[in-house]
Structure formats: structure tokens, C-alpha cells
Write a protein that binds this ligand. Structure first.
Ligand SMILES: NC(=O)c1ccc[n+]([C@@H]2O[C@H](COP(=O)([O-])OP(=O)(O)OC[C@H]3O[C@@H](n4cnc5c(N)ncnc54)[C@H](O)[C@@H]3O)[C@@H](O)[C@H]2O)c1
Length: 271
């Protein structure tokens, strides 16, 4: 029996990077999955977002594990599309126990544009709001409790975004979701729905390994000033973050709510 046997998880940004890792890790522990991803790129994001084929790979990874999955193309900025995917999941699986608001972008551009601020706020902050909002009514009505996990960043705990439109927006959005997390944790506690945020340091995904981002970092004064992690590791692996998500999703964390959990190799404490 897995640690999430009998549970279903709704996960955004599930076609690549951390999102696919959360899907895999939660499915390994017995969860069925409702996965959404935008499956197309956004103009102000200098690295490619995921494709429909990558979402299909996520599906195959879950099916190989013998778990069930519904995967839909949906933009977290589009509340209706998100609601439709969530509702399909409820219909198919009978209810959602775990929500992982993971989708996010880092629109750090060498040729800075004001639109980068708007896009990152829309995806990372409003998209997280939309993700939790579409889930709450049915979770409350079902009366089984649940766990909501919001993926923030060390940029949601410290002022490391630098001075570009995208960098400031990234840090503001990642701090913003902490406000959402704290309010939701209080609002939903009486329904035994727990809400927590996870704050990774750099993780080896396209968001930090793509050449366009490396080029941005090489010329951005703010990024250059960033200290290294305390532990001797440059970037953690997606599964390190997914293991924290798994713990928060599981009953092992049944009395944990309203916390910010860094998975940061000591980065935040060192500053
Ligand atoms: N990689 C890091 O170093 C790092 C560090 C801290 C926090 N994070 C956070 O982790 C989360 C996942 O990032 P990642 O590193 O896996 O990046 P990634 O780019 O590898 O994956 C992000 C996924 O989200 C999807 N997505 C983007 N915008 C979307 C939208 N509007 N609607 C639906 N799906 C969308 C993309 O298609 C992609 O599949 C993000 O919230 C990010 O801010 C990442």
C-alpha cells in the first residue's frame, strides 16, 4: 500500500520539470492524477514551455505505474478551462484529495519588457489563485479534508529577483502565493483542508538550465550577486522537491498547515 493509496491529486504544470516529477512521485505512492499543462510557450518566457507530446509522456509514466490519469491542456490563467479539467477529474475519480499548484514561469529577458511583469503575475499568482479556487467548493462539499500544496520559491522568502520586470514579478508572485497560502490555511482549517507552500532553491529543470536563462543570469547583476546554497550542491533535483510535496500530501503531515517549507539546501538560512 502506497502512502497516497486511494487518493487523487490535481497537479498543474504537469507536462515537464517539477510538475511531471510530482505526478510520478505521487503516482508511485498510489495516487490517481488529474494533470493540466498549458502545452505551448508564452512570448515573454525565453525558454520553451512544454508540448502536448510531453504531456502525453506524463500520461504514459503514470499508466506504466498502473495508476489512472486524466490529462488536459489548460492554461492556469483560464479559470473556465481549469474548472473543466478539475470537474472531469471529480467525475472520473469521485473527488480530489490533493491539489498541487505548481505551474509557473520565469520571464527573465535580456531585452526587458513590461509585459514580463504582467505575465508572471498572471501565471504564478493569479494562476495559483485560480487553481485553488476551482478545487475548494468540491473539496468542502465532499467533506474528506485534503491537502493543498503551493509551489513558491526561495524567491518567495528573500529578495533575490533582481531588477528586471520579470525578476521583480517573479519574486512578487512567489511572495504573493505565501499570502494566499496563509489565508487559505486559516479559511479551510475547519474543513480539515491543509494548505502549505514549498520553497525550492534552484532545481535542475529548463527554468534554470535552458541556455536563454543561463545567458540572462550571466549578464544580470542581481543574479550574479546571489550567494550559493549552504550545502555543497548547485541545484537540487526535481524529486527532492516532490518528496516534500508527497509528505505534505500524505497523512504523515495531517496536522501540518500554514507552513512555508524550504527545500533549499540551506540557501535561505545562509543569507
Ligand atoms: N526550477 C527551479 O529552479 C525552481 C525553483 C523554485 C521554484 N520553482 C517553481 O517550480 C514550479 C515548476 O517550475 P519548473 O522548474 O518545473 O519549470 P518548467 O518550465 O520546467 O515547468 C513548468 C511547467 O509549467 C507549465 N506551465 C507554464 N505556464 C503555464 C500555465 N500558464 N498554465 C499551465 N501550465 C503552465 C509549463 O508548460 C511546464 O510544463 C514553478 O512554479 C517555479 O516557479 C522552480
Amino acid at each position: 500500500m502506497g502512502r497516497l493509496a486511494g487518493k487523487t491529486a490535481f497537479i498543474t504544470g504537469a507536462a515537464g520539470g517539477l510538475g511531471r516529477s510530482h505526478v510520478r512521485r505521487l503516482a508511485e505512492e498510489g495516487a490517481d492524477i488529474v494533470a493540466v499543462d498549458i502545452c505551448r510557450s508564452i512570448d515573454t518566457v525565453p525558454y520553451p514551455l512544454s508540448t502536448p507530446a510531453e504531456l502525453q509522456s506524463t500520461v504514459e509514466e503514470v499508466e506504466v505505474l498502473g495508476r489512472r490519469i486524466i490529462a488536459r491542456e489548460a492554461d492556469v490563467r483560464d479559470r473556465q478551462a481549469l474548472q473543466a479539467a478539475f470537474d472531469e477529474g471529480v467525475k472520473e475519480f469521485g473527488g480530489i484529495d490533493v491539489v498541487v499548484a505548481n505551474a509557473g514561469i520565469a520571464p527573465m529577458l535580456i531585452e526587458d519588457r513590461p509585459q514580463a511583469w504582467q505575465d508572471v503575475i498572471d501565471v504564478n499568482l493569479t494562476g495559483t489563485f485560480n487553481t485553488v479556487e476551482v478545487a475548494i467548493p468540491s473539496m468542502i462539499e465532499r467533506d474528506h479534508g485534503g491537502s493543498v500544496i503551493i509551489i513558491s520559491s526561495t524567491a518567495g522568502l528573500t529578495g533575490i529577483g533582481g531588477s528586471s520586470n520579470g525578476g521583480l514579478g517573479y519574486s512578487a508572485s512567489k511572495h504573493g502565493v505565501v499570502g494566499l497560502m496563509r489565508s487559505y490555511a486559516n479559511n479551510l482549517a475547519e474543513h480539515s483542508i491543509r494548505v502549505n507552500s514549498v520553497h525550492p532553491t534552484g532545481v535542475s529543470t529548463r527554468m534554470v538550465t535552458d541556455p536563454a536563462i543561463l545567458e540572462f543570469v550571466a549578464q544580470d547583476a542581481g543574479a550574479q550577486r546571489m550567494p550559493p546554497n549552504a550545502l555543497p550542491v548547485e541545484a537540487v533535483e526535481p524529486v527532492d522537491v516532490s518528496n516534500a510535496v508527497l509528505w505534505l500530501a500524505s497523512d504523515e503531515a495531517r496536522y501540518v498547515t500554514g507552513i512555508m517549507l524550504p527545500v533549499d539546501a540551506g540557501f535561505t538560512n545562509r543569507r
